[in-house]
Write a protein that binds this ligand. Structure first.
Ligand SMILES: Cc1cc2nc3c(=O)[nH]c(=O)nc-3n(C[C@H](O)[C@H](O)[C@H](O)COP(=O)(O)OP(=O)(O)OC[C@H]3O[C@@H](n4cnc5c(N)ncnc54)[C@H](O)[C@@H]3O)c2cc1C
Length: 465
């Protein structure tokens, strides 16, 4: 072919990008485009941290494309209309892109297929953001898995595709109009967090190398300690496709092979987390109703009777439960929250404050830089007891004993709650005596955990009955 389009979406990189690679070997000229959504204000599913990071990724991608003889064409508006316009302008014979697992992205892909038929343009979806996607991992009876462990065993057995490699040069038609890559003033809200990681493929690759060379062989011991920095911090990079999941997986397997049994266990624990990511993607693909309903049919339509006034105290980290408040302040200040404290904070909202998980799901989507529909919904439903969890609703984490196990010296709590810096850390491991405060200016606990726990058990039992 002479001219084709590569539509960048959640794949903002040149290395091992399936659709971009396919486009580059199929045509003389490739027009790489990103279409920014048309909205100027944020809605309940997005927010400034992610947009800020996206802008950085687009700037970096443009620089990387220029270095290989091309440049990023930026358009804004409805993706379908913009792609049609660009296809006509560049006389494109095909549009290449990597498939999205979420229902919104999939709906656009369906319409794009129809547009291709109407215009006589070939539409070329590729597999890229997951190693195994859609309905590739199935039970013996040909059904989608609803539980993680058998899914992961089947996932591991399937053959893996080789890497596509990196694009070294790209010829693109000249004279195609593009918007300026936006700076942060483009959106009406400034970013809320200061700690957003440096954006772009190069920065993501540096993070990946550092983790693979240093922390991965200790991941098994350190991954659950929120103060420890023992996790990879690659979630935003996987979210925006700055890294290839195939490459990361292959690199992990190489490390596992070269390690002793203990270190290999750590590396494979990390691989299991990458499989969780795909598990939730396939749940969203095969059960898209999870976006509005409980995944577990027994708990569909569950009523959460908590006081909505408590939502703001949870969001602002003022519940009087130090581990929960530290987590919520970490999120507010950095756009990130450690996985262990995501579970604690999410269980606290649902099983201590008895508020609907959808409130938390939406707030996380607005604030997390790595906010990703499938993992976020999966994490929230798992924590609420309505999701894909083999040990269901009666898994209720006690925030005080979680603190004792995972933040024993209070380092995480003290980092995020300045009011508590001078408090003896053992005091974070049990509720304070009635009426007593941990420190001046810090609230007393908003609920009694053991009373709240019994209410939760009754709520679920009533649903089951
Ligand atoms: C309530 C809740 C909401 C969550 N929302 C998101 C979200 O919006 N986006 C997101 O990427 N992750 C989400 N997670 C999963 C997990 O918390 C983050 O992926 C992880 O904290 C990111 O940090 P990391 O890259 O250092 O993780 P690491 O421990 O280094 O893990 C490596 C990678 O594996 C994947 N991963 C790890 N744990 C999980 C998991 N439980 N589920 C799915 N994928 C996982 C991520 O891509 C992560 O980058 C959520 C978890 C919970 C409990």
């Amino acid at each position: 072919m002479k001219n084709v389009i590569h539509w960048f979406r959640r794949d903002l990189r040149l290395t091992d990008n399936t659709a971009l690679h396919a486009a580059s070997i199929s045509a003389q000229h490739v027009t790489p485009v990103y279409v920014l959504s048309g909205w100027k204000n944020f809605h309940s599913w997005t927010g400034p941290n992610r947009q800020h990071f996206l802008c950085g990724c687009l700037r970096s991608l443009d620089g990387n494309l220029r270095a290989i003889g091309s440049r990023l064409i930026l358009r804004q508006g409805e993706a379908l209309a913009e792609l049609e316009r660009l296809a006509v302008e560049t006389s494109a014979e095909a549009i290449f892109f990597n498939r999205d697992p979420d229902p919104f992205g999939r709906a656009v892909e369906e319409k794009l297929k129809k547009m291709g038929e109407r215009l006589g343009i070939s539409i070329r979806p590729c597999k890229d953001i997951a190693i195994h996607e859609r309905r590739e991992v199935l039970t013996g009876a040909g059904e989608s898995f609803r539980v993680f462990t058998p899914y992961s065993k089947a996932w591991e057995k399937l053959p893996k595709l080789p890497l596509a490699g990196s694009i070294k040069s790209l010829s693109s038609p000249s004279g195609v109009e593009s918007l300026q890559i936006p700076d942060n003033s483009f959106w009406s809200l400034p970013p809320t967090a200061e700690g957003v990681s440096v954006a772009g493929e190069k920065a993501a690759r540096t993070r990946m190398r550092a983790f693979l060379d240093q922390a991965i062989t200790r991941y098994g011991e350190t991954r659950d300690l929120p103060a420890g920095g023992g996790t990879s911090r690659l979630s935003q990079d996987l979210r925006f496709g700055l890294l290839s999941i195939r490459e990361l997986h292959q690199e992990c397997l190489k490390r596992a092979e070269a390690s002793d049994a203990n270190a290999r266990g750590s590396v494979m624990k990390y691989v299991a987390e990458l499989i969780w990511r795909e598990f939730y993607m396939q749940i969203l693909w095969n059960f898209p109703e999870v976006l509005s309903q409980e995944f577990n049919p027994k708990y569909r339509g569950m009523i959460w009777p908590g006081a909505i006034a408590n939502l703001e105290r949870w969001r602002s980290g003022e519940t009087g439960f130090p581990i929960v408040d530290a987590a919520m302040r970490e999120l507010r200040e950095t756009g990130f929250m450690h996985n262990r404290t995501r579970m604690i904070a999410a269980m606290f909202l649902t099983k201590d404050l008895h508020l609907d998980w959808r409130h938390g799901e939406s707030y996380f989507m607005q604030t997390l830089t790595d906010g990703e529909i499938a993992s976020n919904n999966g994490g929230w439903q798992w924590s609420a007891g309505t999701g894909a969890d083999a040990a269901p609703y009666f898994r209720i984490q006690n925030p005080w004993s979680q603190t004792k196990r995972f933040d024993p010296d209070g380092a995480y709590i003290k980092r995020w709650i300045p009011e508590l810096r001078d408090v003896e850390s053992s005091k974070f491991q049990d509720p304070p005596a009635p009426g007593l405060r941990l420190a001046k200016g810090y609230p007393t606990p908003i609920v009694d955990h053991s009373v709240a726990r019994d209410i939760t058990l009754d709520l679920f039992k009533a649903m089951k009955a």
